[in-house]
Design a protein around this ligand. Sequence first.
Ligand code: ZN
Length: 115
Amino acid sequence: MQCDKCKCLIESGDEMQYREMILCKNCYIDAMSPSRTCDPWAVYTAKSCSDAGTNLNEVQSKILKILKDTGGVKAEALAEMLHIGSSKLQREIAALRHMEKLKAAMKDGEKVICL
Ligand SMILES: [Zn+2]
């Protein structure tokens, strides 16, 4: 059985039904999470549930480094620093969120991305 969202293999008995989809536990929790703000389908860019976290692409590594150095920045500022479009940035952020590498937070009344 395959997860409809991240396409990882689901062991028999571990599959979760969500609307018309079969999801792995990670994606199911993700889908049910009320704090979710990103496009859930963006996790397509995460290779699979099992190896998530070990296969950061270049942009994702840079994002994590910037967040580590700055302690949290706005998404727009991040896109500027990386010289990428906001839609691409949102995809990478969603993938990193799926790996639980970063989160959104409020700082001085503004939404920032931080580790
Ligand atoms: Zn999944």
